[in-house]
Design a protein around this ligand. Sequence first.
Ligand code: FMN
Length: 166
Amino acid sequence: MKITILYFSQTGHTEKMAGVVREGILDADKNIEVSLMNIADQENINQEFLEASSAVIFGTPCYVANTCWQMKKFFDTRFDCKLEGKLAACFATAGCLWGGPDIALQSILGMALTRGMLAYSSGTEFGRPYIHLGPVALMASLDEQAGIFKLFGNRVAQKTLELFNK
Ligand SMILES: Cc1cc2nc3c(=O)[nH]c(=O)nc-3n(C[C@H](O)[C@H](O)[C@H](O)COP(=O)(O)O)c2cc1C
C-alpha cells in the first residue's frame, strides 16, 4: 500500500511536520510505502507513485488566511494526476492561531472533494483527542504539536488500510 504526502514548504515548517505524519503512518504499518513530495518543485511530483497511492495527505502553510497559492495551483492545473477515489486528508502550519489555518484546511478539503476524493481527518472516530479538520502547528512551536501530527498520520493510515487493503 502506498500513501503520498503532498505538501508545499518554503521555509521548512510544513516539511518538518510532513516527516512527523510519515512517522505516524509507519507506526500503523511499517510496510506502507510513503512518499513525501514538496510541490515547490514540480519535478518532485512522482505522478506514478501518486496515482498508485490509496491516500494523499496534503500539507500546506497558511498564506493570507488560506491555503498557499501553490496548493491551489496544483488542484487547478494538475488534472493529469488522477486523484479520484483516493482518501484525502490535510494538515497545516501557520504563524498564529487566528491567521486562518482552519480556512486553509477547509479549502483543501473542498478541492479534494471536487476532485472526487474521499475526505477524512479521523475526526471523532478514534475518540479523544479529536482531530477536527486536520492538525495545525504554529511555526514557533512545531514540536509541541508533533504528538497530534503523528496520531493523525497513524489514524489516516489505519483508515486507508481498512478501506483499501483488500
Ligand atoms: C506569503 C506568506 C503569507 C503568510 N500568511 C499567513 C497568514 O495569513 N496566517 C498565518 O497564520 N501565517 C501566515 N504566514 C506564515 C506561514 O504560514 C508559516 O510561516 C508557515 O509555517 C510556513 O510554512 P513553510 O515553512 O513550510 O513554508 C505567511 C507566510 C508567508 C510567507
